[in-house]
Design a protein around this ligand. Structure first.
Ligand code: NAD
Length: 294
């Protein structure tokens, strides 16, 4: 098999698999695509999804919405510990859905992951960055107690990784593309206990703007979705998380935070041509909480 033939053959197999899977997802009762996104607005697009850990992951909600809208997806998982879980989830998209390890704090892992991506497809259109980490103790006490190491780790994994992944993805976005990263309001206002993660999210949001400027001439758009609190694995690491949810129920204009499927819907919008002139932005999906002054 020559290098030119292999990706094309593989693409045809994936095409069939994804068309079938998108049909199943669209037909599923209660699925957000019902009526709302029945159209295959991402048909023919190839997306990379970073950050699925389990079925509660925001990355999983956005991946399902992207797939239901017709995109073909390639996934990472953080390490052996999560492999089985993620493998089982993505098998919903058909056996053999591309899935490789990638710890985003490792340049070697990122290089290896993208060499596999290049073996699978010669073009990428979408990339989701739904990855964050800070040591648990940094999300419990005072911000002033943040250690140098916790500060470094939080920024490396939660913000720098967007730059590293965008650098690898951009050359594959030969027809333009959409990069979406997940952020939180703690980037701009103080949210008790969010601490160093808020500072890392501020860095992620600023990186989004600089990347949008750098990559705009290649028709690559870079945006953040700022989600209200969602009960996920990462969220449970934040002390007082249930109080945050309650606070949104009491104070957000819509009297709630957001549903994962709604994040999926906005993910599809940002990935679609409907958002062709939107870049460098932070889009709030938070029940309107961000507009409140008190
Ligand atoms: P999650 O735990 O399901 O996802 C976090 C992901 O980050 C996991 O898949 C984990 O494997 C991955 N990750 C952590 N360190 C990594 C590393 N070194 N290499 C590769 N992957 C690594 O939780 P989630 O809530 O779905 O978080 C996804 C994104 O959404 C994060 O950026 C988070 O900050 C953001 N966010 C979450 C909320 C919320 O309330 N849950 C609100 C706003 C924004």
């Amino acid at each position: 098999m020559t290098a030119e033939v292999r990706p094309m053959k593989r693409s045809a197999v994936i095409d069939r698999r994804y068309r079938k899977m998108a049909k199943i997802l669209r037909a599923r009762k209660g699925w957000y695509g019902d009526g709302v996104m029945a159209e295959q607005i991402l048909a023919g697009k190839v997306g990379l999804v970073f950050g699925v850990a389990n079925k509660r992951s925001i990355a999983w909600a956005i991946a399902k919405a992207w797939a239901a809208a017709g995109a073909k997806l390639i996934f990472n998982y953080q390490g052996e510990r999560l492999k089985e879980n993620v493998e089982e989830l993505v098998s919903e998209f058909g056996e053999g859905t591309p899935l490789w390890p990638c710890d985003v704090s490792s340049d070697a892992d990122i290089a290896e992951f993208f060499s596999k991506v290049r073996g699978e497809t010669d073009r990428v259109d979408l990339m989701l960055h739904s990855v964050a980490f800070a040591p648990k103790e940094a999300l419990e006490g005072d911000f002033v107690s943040t250690t140098r190491e916790a500060f470094r780790t939080a920024h490396d994994i939660s913000a720098y990784s967007l730059v590293a992944l965008a650098r690898e993805t951009a050359p594959l976005m030969t027809n333009g593309g959409s990069i979406v990263a997940m952020t939180y309001y703690g980037a701009e206002k103080v949210v008790p206990h969010y601490n160093v993660m808020g500072v890392a999210k501020a860095s992620l949001e600023a990186s989004t703007r600089y990347l949008a400027y750098d990559l705009g001439s290649k028709k690559i758009r870079v945006n953040c979705i700022s989600a209200g609190p969602v009960n996920t694995l990462a969220a449970r690491g934040i002390a007082g998380f249930s109080a945050m949810l309650k606070h949104y129920q009491e104070h957000a204009p819509l009297k709630r935070s957001c549903e994962p499927a709604e994040l999926g819907g906005v993910g599809v919008f940002l990935a679609s041509d409907g958002a062709a002139s939107i870049t460098g932005q932070v889009i709030y999906v938070d029940g309107g909480y961000q507009i409140m002054g008190m």
